[in-house]
Ligand binder design. Structure first.
Ligand code: AOF
Ligand code: ZN
Length: 426
């Protein structure tokens, strides 16, 4: 029988073509016969399978795009902690199923990821596909627009992770590529691409730093014993993790209570790591002039945020030493944290790791300055009603006013548990 023969000899696609062209034309002889009936069913079956083939093709392309995008994301992450206030971006150039170039944005002010990928290309890139984790830029910034370079290099397809919220770019990079006839696919691993640049995504729009609050407590919710002993509740691996967080952060913020209690250096002790700018919230300027953060100003800058309650001569002396002192005029004599964030943002500080203590943590939450929380829990029981808990201040009276977290994840760090979550905005 013709239909069976066609299926066997051409496969489903071949059969469909033959059936459509040769047999099922409206005037086709078998149209009303029983053979015609069978043919129609076979064609419908073949067509369905062909559709599935198309879907399979889409799934396959999507999977391939995601694999290369994952590669580009891994490259992008190599710039972690070095690109601020720019985003981390990775790019991969693929031709005929092979990677022929890759690069990432290594440092703010230097070449963008796409340019590095072209620079590292081992073959002619004409007609190739570029995978880039962030929409290519279309503006003349510290470097020329990447979209123009992609067009000039005759790339035929561009696959993009996240769109760039930067008002200077925001969609115009994609539009420029499309108007040059390039096939542009967007939104591949978009969530991963956005999450990788959560700091940039906030800072570029709000010009305020992305604030991560880090807290560490015992399993029964204490941050010290009733006599104030707190070193160490978290295990060594957790403390190392905190140094990694410091390395990635542009600024580190503590309350003056922490300076008075621990005289910390607030530097990153990982070899080759970068020190964050140290910021102290200190309403009455109680930071001792011999504090370590004022004696290591050659290692990294220190900013003290205070109010009109500060002794003006002490302000001058600390400034003379080379630290920045910001004096806020506040009716309650307390450092207005939101205003501090705006000020720090205007100075280019895009991310802050807030490390306590409990008064500052509570105020940061109350003043809606926190974006993300890292909560280390040590397998240790301390007890005691007088032993401090992670959040001081007055707290709330109604549960409906509780700060809520979302997207919670758990991790094991050494023997501790690390809970990470994001503050839910109402
Ligand atoms: C890209 N690829 O690798 C990066 C992009 O001051 P510039 O010239 O370095 O530009 C910074 C802006 O460019 C930044 O705010 C963001 O919008 C974009 N970053 N774009 O195509 C890259 N790093
Ligand atoms: Zn660019």
């Amino acid at each position: 029988m013709f239909a069976t023969y066609a299926l066997v000899s051409y496969g489903i696609q071949g059969f469909l073509i033959v059936a459509t062209q040769g047999v099922l034309t409206p005037s086709g002889p078998e149209d009303s016969s029983s053979d015609g009936f069978l043919l129609r069913h076979l064609v419908a079956y073949a067509r369905r399978n062909l559709d599935e083939d198309v879907t399979m093709n889409d799934t396959y392309t999507r999977k391939m795009d995601e694999d290369y995008m994952r590669h580009a994301l891994q490259l992008a992450a190599q710039g972690r902690g070095r690109t601020a206030p720019n985003p981390m971006v990775g790019a991969v150039i693929v031709n005929n199923g092979r990677i022929i170039g890759k690069g990432y944005h290594e440092r703010c002010g230097e070449a963008h990821a796409e340019v590095n990928a072209f620079r590292n290309a081992t073959e002619d890139v004409e007609g190739a596909c570029m995978y880039v984790t962030l929409e290519p830029c279309s503006h003349e910034g510290r470097t020329p627009p990447c979209a123009d370079r992609i067009i000039a290099e005759k790339i035929s397809r561009v696959v993009i992770g996240a769109t760039d919220p930067n008002p200077l770019v925001s969609g115009t990079g994609i539009a420029r590529l499309r108007s040059a006839g390039i096939d542009v696919v967007t939104g591949v691993l978009a969530d991963e691409s956005t999450l990788l640049n959560e700091v940039f995504m906030k800072y570029i729009l709000e010009k305020e730093p992305f604030v991560t609050l880090k807290l560490a407590m015992s399993l029964d919710g204490k941050i010290a014993t009733s006599t104030g002993e707190s070193q160490w509740i978290s295990c060594e691996a957790s403390r190392y993790r905190v140094h990694e967080l410091r390395d990635m952060s542009t600024g580190i913020l503590v309350g003056v209570g922490t300076v008075l209690a621990d005289d910390p250096q607030l530097t990153c002790r990982i070899p080759g790591g970068a020190n964050p700018v140290r910021i102290v919230a200190d309403s009455a300027l109680r930071t001792p002039e011999d504090a370590r953060i004022l004696h290591t100003l050659d290692e990294t800058p220190t900013i003290i945020a205070t109010t009109q309650r500060a002794d003006a001569r002490k302000v001058d002396r600390i400034r003379e030493r080379g630290a920045q002192v910001i004096v806020f005029d506040d009716p309650d004599g307390r450092v207005p944290l939101k205003a501090l964030m705006r000020q720090l943002g205007s100075q280019g500080i895009d991310s802050i790791l807030a490390e306590g203590g409990s008064t500052l943590a509570a105020s940061l939450l109350a003043e809606e300055c926190v974006d993300k929380v890292h909560w280390f829990i040590a397998p240790m029981l301390i007890g005691g009603e007088d032993a401090k808990t992670p959040l001081g201040g007055r707290g709330i009276e109604r549960l409906a006013d509780a700060v809520r977290l979302t997207r919670m994840t758990t991790d094991s760090v050494g023997e501790d548990i690390l809970l990470t979550g994001y503050i839910e905005r109402g």
